[in-house]
Each structure stands twice: as structure tokens, then as C-alpha cells.
Design a binder for this molecule. Structure first.
Ligand SMILES: Nc1ncnc2c1ncn2[C@@H]1O[C@H](COP(=O)(O)OP(=O)(O)OP(=O)(O)O)[C@@H](O)[C@H]1O
Length: 234
């Protein structure tokens, strides 16, 4: 019988600065299959911090459950392949995109997470205008937009994430390239034959929020509100 648990369930999340004062508290929401949840808030409100909590990369209080179970019951590394955070600035990674993809794919193969299609990542990046030679350049020599597209393509190529947590994924891209990336991501969520089932997507752009989102979440220090349309100037 199919599970009736939401894909991701977040209850009473609190995340604090090292000094102890909370960045946000009382954050509760669910993510269901087919959702592209746009997450907006003023700068510094804690959007990146929230995505890192969801990926179990930050300490938090409260509960995060993926398909009804907490990250530790999957093993945190496995959990992170299913609920995958893609940072805004991948250029801080060591080595090259190809090395990173191969390292991750070896990890996935070892854990028998299914087929690891390296060529798929290369093809997706090409469709987004990334030259193949960039796969072998050091991350820190790539432009912000090149690094951003390669990091996203790696997320796709691994075919293991059911939920992508995207931190301003097109912030470094021009409008045309951004539109291509948006279309690929939306199609991937809509297509029942692909692994990807939902996205939580941070954007400062109201226009982009309206293009990609079917749910609109607004984060503040006191919690998260769901809105019918994205908040102006978030
Ligand atoms: N490791 C840390 N130590 C201290 N403060 C931190 C740490 N990480 C984040 N913060 C603080 O937490 C707050 C939220 O940061 P976060 O990056 O999550 O905000 P954001 O909403 O994503 O911002 P932006 O829209 O500018 O990217 C900020 O005030 C930030 O300075």
C-alpha cells in the first residue's frame, strides 16, 4: 500500500546562532510530491540556514522527517542523497566538477543507490550552454554561472534525489539561460518517470517565483507562512 506520509515533514524547527539567539523558530510545513515550494524572506532571515537544516547540514531543534522517518534512520549520508542541498556558491569546492561527480557517483554505486549516469549530467549541462571542457577546470576558475549550472547538473546526473533544496539556483545566470534551467527543473518534477518529486527553491525574484512555484512559503523569525502568491520585496 502506498505511504500517505508527506515527502518531507518539518515540525517546530528552531535554529540558533552559535551565541544562542534564534535565527528562526516555530517553522512547520510539509512538502508533497509535485510541489515546487518557493521559499522567500528578507536577506539574512535564514533561508539558506533552513535548507541546510532540511539537509541535516546544520544543527537544529525540532523534527524533520522524509517519508515518515528521521534522517538518522536512513543514515545521514544516504538521507542527503535523497534530500539534496545544492549551494549557491559551489566554487568553494576543491578540485574539478568531473572529480566531484565521479567521487559522488562512486559513493552512490557503493551504496547501491541505483544507476549513476555521468553522461546525463554532462548532457544536461550542455543543454544549459556549458562547454564540456569546463568539467575538467578547477571550481575556483569557473565563473559563478558556470559553477552554478555544473553543480545543478551534478545533482541531476546522480538521479538519487527525490527532493532538491536549491539555494538561488539561477542567481548568477542571464535570463535566457535561467529560463532553460527553470524549464528543465519543472519538467523533471512533472515527469512521473523521473526520481525527482519536489523542489524547495529559494529566490529573491518575484517573477521567477511566479514562473516556477506552485506553493509560496515566506520565512520570518517567528515561523513560516504559506501564501497564495509570493510576498512583494521578500
Ligand atoms: N555559522 C554562522 N555563525 C553565525 N551566524 C550565522 C551562521 N550562519 C548563518 N548565520 C547568520 O544567520 C542569519 C541567516 O543567514 P542565512 O544565510 O540563512 O540568511 P538568508 O536568508 O539565506 O540570506 P540571503 O538572502 O542574504 O542569502 C544571518 O544573520 C547570518 O549572518
Amino acid at each position: 500500500m502506498p505511504s500517505c506520509d508527506p515527502l518531507l515533514s518539518v515540525k517546530n524547527l528552531v535554529c540558533s546562532r552559535p551565541e544562542g539567539d534564534p535565527i528562526f523558530s516555530n517553522v512547520s510545513f510539509v512538502v508533497n510530491e509535485g510541489d515546487i515550494c518557493v521559499l522567500r524572506a528578507r536577506s539574512g532571515a535564514g533561508k539558506t540556514t533552513l535548507l541546510k537544516c532540511l539537509a541535516h547540514l546544520n544543527l537544529y531543534q525540532g523534527t524533520v522527517e522524509y517519508r515518515g522517518k528521521q534522517p538518522k534512520s536512513y543514515g545521514v549520508p544516504i538521507y542527503r542523497t535523497h534530500v539534496q542541498y545544492i549551494p549557491q556558491r559551489p566554487s568553494l569546492l576543491p578540485s574539478t566538477p568531473r572529480d566531484f561527480l565521479e567521487t559522488l557517483s562512486e559513493f552512490h554505486a557503493r551504496r547501491k543507490q541505483g544507476h549513476v549516469d555521468l553522461q546525463h549530467a554532462v548532457d544536461v549541462a550542455s543543454a544549459w550552454g556549458v562547454d564540456e571542457e569546463l568539467w575538467d577546470r578547477a571550481w575556483n576558475t569557473l565563473s559563478g554561472g558556470e559553477a552554478q549550472r555544473l553543480a545543478l547538473a551534478i545533482g541531476f546526473g546522480l538521479h538519487s534525489a527525490e527532493i532538491l533544496l536549491l539555494d538561488e539556483p539561477t542567481s548568477a545566470l542571464d535570463l535566457d539561460t535561467s529560463a532553460k534551467v527553470e524549464d528543465t527543473l519543472i519538467e523533471e518534477v512533472k515527469n512521473p518517470d523521473t526520481m525527482l518529486k519536489a523542489i524547495v527553491w529559494i529566490t529573491h525574484s518575484e517573477e521567477q517565483a511566479l514562473r516556477v512555484g506552485n506553493r509560496f512559503l515566506h520565512l520570518s523569525a517567528s515561523g513560516i507562512d504559506e501564501e497564495a502568491t509570493p510576498t512583494n520585496g521578500a
